[in-house]
Design a protein around this ligand. Structure first.
Ligand SMILES: *Cc1c(COP(=O)(O)O)cnc(C)c1O
Length: 387
C-alpha cells in the first residue's frame, strides 16, 4: 500500500524472518523466583532483582507508608516543586553509600546516561566507549555530538591509542559489570589510562552496585577506586536495589552542572516520593544484609561448576549474569522456548542487544533462589542442550 510509512509492515516481516521479532510475555503474578505466565508457574532466571529486594516486606512497607503520607505523583520536575525531603534524604544516603560528595536522582538509568553525556560534551569533545556498552551509553555518546569512538571490549591498549589521537575534553565511558556478558570492566587499568591521558572516566555500574563488593559498593569497591579515580559513577535502582530509578554520584561541581544542564533531569517529572522511600529501605537492606551477596555468589559458583560438568561453555563471568552463548538467534529462541516448556523462564538475547552471531541465553540468579532451583535448571539444560 502506498502512503507514508508504507514500509513498516515489510520491516516487521523482515524482523520476523531473521528470528529477531520481540514479543512480551505477560506476567500474571508478582515478580520473584516464581512467576506465573499463561496460568503456569515458572522458575524465573532472567530478572535483575539480584538481591531479591523487589518484594521485601520492609521495602513494600516503606512504599505504602510514603504513599499514605505523600500521595502518588510527585507533582512536577525536581527544579519546580517535585523535589521532596525524601528524595533529598535518599540522595544524601546514596552519596554516603558510594563515598562521593553528592548524588543526584534521575527517573531512569537511560535518562541518567543521556543526561550526563549531553550535559558534559559538545562537538569539540570526544567520547570513548567500550563496544559492548549498554545502549543508553551509546545513545548518550551519539546524541552528545562529541566525536564518538568505540574501543574493543575491555581493551585498554586500543583505548590508549584512541585517546592519544584525540583533542578537546575526553570522556571514557564503560559499563562496570557488562550487562549482557557479566564480566567486569578493567576499571583499575581504565582509570590509570584515563588519568594519564587527561580524560574523565564514567562508570555505569547498574549490575554491580549492591551486588558486588563486601559492602555492596559495586565494582568501585571491588577495585578500591575513589571519586578521584572515577569522577562519574552512575547506578540504577531497578536492579540490585529492587525498586526503580537511577542516580549519578560525583563531585559537587559535577552534580551542580547536571542540575543546571542535564535536559533529562530538568525536563521530566520527579520519581514518585514513595519510590524514593522504598529505595531508602532497600539501601539499608543492601548495606546490612551481606548474606544476600554471599548467597548469590554461592549459587553462581554452584551453577558454574555444574555447567562445567555438563560440558556447557560459559562466558568469562563471575557475576550473577551467566550467559550461554549459542550464536544464532533461531537457536537461542528455540532453547529459551524449550526451557519455558520445562518450567524455566530464561530469556533469549539477540542482536542488536548483542553483536551479530552472539545470541545467547542470559541466565541470572537471585539471592532468593535456592540450590535446588539451580540444580533443576542444570538438569533441564543438560537435557535440552544435548538433544
Ligand atoms: C538497565 C541498564 C540501564 C538503564 O537503566 P533503567 O533504569 O532501566 O533505565 C543503564 N545501563 C545499564 C548497564 C543497564 O543494565
Amino acid at each position: 500500500m502506498a502512503g507514508p510509512f508504507a514500509h513498516l509492515a515489510d520491516d516487521l516481516e523482515s524482523i520476523r524472518q531473521k528470528n529477531l521479532y520481540r514479543s512480551r510475555r505477560v506476567i500474571q503474578s508478582s515478580q520473584g523466583v516464581h512467576v506465573q505466565i499463561d496460568g503456569r508457574t515458572l522458575v524465573n532466571f532472567c530478572s535483575n532483582d539480584y538481591l531479591g529486594l523487589a518484594q521485601h516486606p520492609a521495602v513494600v512497607k516503606a512504599f505504602k507508608n510514603a504513599v499514605d503520607e505523600y500521595g502518588v505523583g510527585s507533582g512536577s520536575a525536581h527544579l519546580i516543586c517535585g523535589h521532596s525531603v525524601i528524595h533529598h534524604a535518599l540522595e544524601e544516603e546514596l552519596a554516603a553509600f558510594t563515598g562521593r560528595d553528592r548524588a543526584l536522582l534521575f527517573s531512569t538509568g537511560y535518562m541518567a546516561n543521556l543526561g550526563v553525556m549531553t550535559a558534559l560534551l559538545d562537538r569539540s569533545d570526544a567520547v570513548f566507549e567500550d563496544r559492548l556498552n549498554h545502549a543508553s551509553l551509546l545513545d548518550g555518546g551519539l546524541s552528545s555530538g562529541a566525536k564518538f569512538k568505540r574501543y574493543a571490549h575491555a581493551d585498554v591498549d586500543s583505548l590508549a591509542v584512541h585517546l592519544q589521537q584525540a583533542t578537546g575534553n575526553k570522556l571514557v565511558v564503560t559499563d562496570g559489570v557488562f550487562s549482557m556478558d557479566g564480566d567486569f570492566a578493567p576499571l583499575d587499568d581504565l582509570s590509570r589510562i584515563a588519568k594519564q591521558e587527561n580524560a574523565w572516566l564514567m562508570v555505569d555500574d547498574a549490575h554491580g552496585l549492591g551486588v558486588i563488593g563486601e559492602q555492596g559498593g559495586g565494582l568501585l569497591e571491588y577495585y578500591g577506586l575513589s571519586q578521584a579515580d572515577v569522577p562519574i559513577l552512575m547506578g540504577t535502582l531497578g536492579k540490585g536495589f529492587g525498586t526503580f530509578g537511577a542516580f549519578v554520584a560525583g563531585s559537587e561541581t559535577l552534580i551542580e552542572t547536571l542540575i543546571q544542564k542535564a535536559r533529562t533531569y530538568i525536563y521530566t517529572t520527579a520519581l514518585p516520593t514513595a519510590v524514593a522511600a522504598a529505595t531508602r529501605a532497600s539501601l539499608q537492606l543492601v548495606i546490612q544484609e551481606a548474606w544476600r551477596r554471599s548467597k548469590l555468589n554461592a549459587l553462581t559458583q554452584r551453577f558454574k561448576c555444574g555447567a562445567g560438568q555438563l560440558g556447557l561453555t560459559l562466558m568469562p563471568s563471575s557475576s550473577a549474569i551467566q550467559p550461554i552463548r549459542v550464536g544464532g538467534s533461531h537457536t537461542a529462541v528455540a532453547l529459551s522456548n524449550a526451557l519455558f516448556d520445562a518450567g524455566f523462564l530464561v530469556s533469549a538475547i539477540r542482536p542488536p542487544t548483542v553483536p551479530q552471531g552472539s545470541a545467547r541465553l542470559r541466565i541470572t540468579f537471585s539471592a532468593l533462589h535456592d540450590e535446588q532451583h539451580v540444580d533443576q535448571l542444570l538438569d533441564a539444560l543438560g537435557k535440552i542442550m544435548h538433544d
